[in-house]
Design a protein around this ligand. Structure first.
Ligand SMILES: C[S@@+](CC[C@H](N)C(=O)[O-])C[C@H]1O[C@@H](n2cnc3c(N)ncnc32)[C@H](O)[C@@H]1O
Length: 282
């Protein structure tokens, strides 16, 4: 289903409000977006011209993290806030390393889920469901999650560029707690997160970009500091080297986007991977 194709015909869904998934797809140069998404995304880009590069670099981090995990033997991925799995997403990378890797994509946006299912057609080891990170038990109990993933086996919980859509700190840490509680030792947590430390933007431009999400989508955003992002791992995970870093600095590889070469702080996104380890009891 090509959404912004050349026909230019009125699509019923063109009247829908913008969503974070389809705005992100627009930043990445994808075709899975409607006029409302493009207008809202363009407003963000006007305030924050680096946003497409931020999205590219986030996606590149995600790719490196998934490859690292597949090479480390992980065969199950639960990717929440997955967006639209266009080229280079989790299932492609994981299954290129290990064809038996299984992936469940979860997103709040029904159009992203429909698009995902279309892209995944014929792949019986990857599926997509509609789910809300703010309802973690419903995700864990979902029949497709139960069918595809075995939580007695190490699993990667991927939360890439989604936790900043849970503005309340207590809720955000609590939802990760609920999800992490079912994962056995040896599992991994992958997080990227919009940074509260702004180096490329004035405060009012940041506020203007955030206001687009608050006013035009149902997913208001809140960036967090590096220390706040590290807290998602604290008490349950051993951070993999090099810890929580700017996204382009996490295990850079040949072929990475070069947008922020020389000043990776401008990537605006913290990123890290941690392995669940049994924590000493006190
Ligand atoms: C910026 S995109 C990130 C996509 C992908 N994870 C990546 O990093 O390339 C954020 C995604 O999170 C989804 N999202 C936002 N709030 C969510 C929630 N409460 N539950 C599930 N998904 C959510 C949006 O619909 C969107 O697809």
């Amino acid at each position: 289903m090509r959404m912004n194709g050349p026909s230019g015909g009125e699509h019923k869904s063109e009247q829908k409000p913008a969503t974070a998934a389809r705005m992100y797809d627009f930043y990445l140069g994808g075709v899975h977006n409607f006029p409302a998404d493009r207008q809202a995304a363009q407003t963000v880009v006007d305030q924050f011209p680096a946003v497409p590069a931020v999205a590219r670099n986030n996606r590149a981090f995600l790719g490196r993290a998934v490859r690292f995990l597949a090479e480390a033997g992980i065969r199950q991925f639960l990717d929440i806030g997955s967006g639209i799995p266009t080229a280079g997403n989790v299932h492609e990378i994981a299954q290129a390393v290990a064809p038996d890797a299984r992936v469940v994509y979860v997103d709040i946006d029904p159009v992203a889920v429909a698009e995902s299912l279309e892209i995944l057609h014929g792949n019986d080891r990857a599926t997509a469901i509609r789910g809300d990170l703010r309802e973690p038990q419903a995700i864990l109990d979902h029949p497709e999650v139960r069918r595809m993933l075995d939580f007695t086996t190490p699993t990667a919980l991927v939360l890439a560029a989604v936790l900043h859509f849970v503005p309340d700190d207590t809720e955000a840490y609590g939802f990760v707690d609920r999800l992490a509680a079912v994962l056995p030792a040896g599992s991994y947590l992958v997080i990227s997160h919009g940074a509260a430390e702004t180096f490329a933007l004035s405060d009012d431009r940041t506020a203007a970009a955030r206001a687009v999400y608050t006013q035009r989508t149902t997913t208001a955003g809140k960036p967090r500091t590096r220390a706040q992002v590290e807290l998602f791992f604290a008490g349950r995970c051993q951070l993999v080297d090099p810890g929580v870093t700017w996204a382009p600095d996490w295990r850079p590889a040949t072929g990475d986007p070069a947008d922020f070469a020389g000043d990776t702080r401008r990537s605006g996104m913290w990123a890290g991977v941690g392995q669940f380890t049994p924590m000493p009891t006190t």
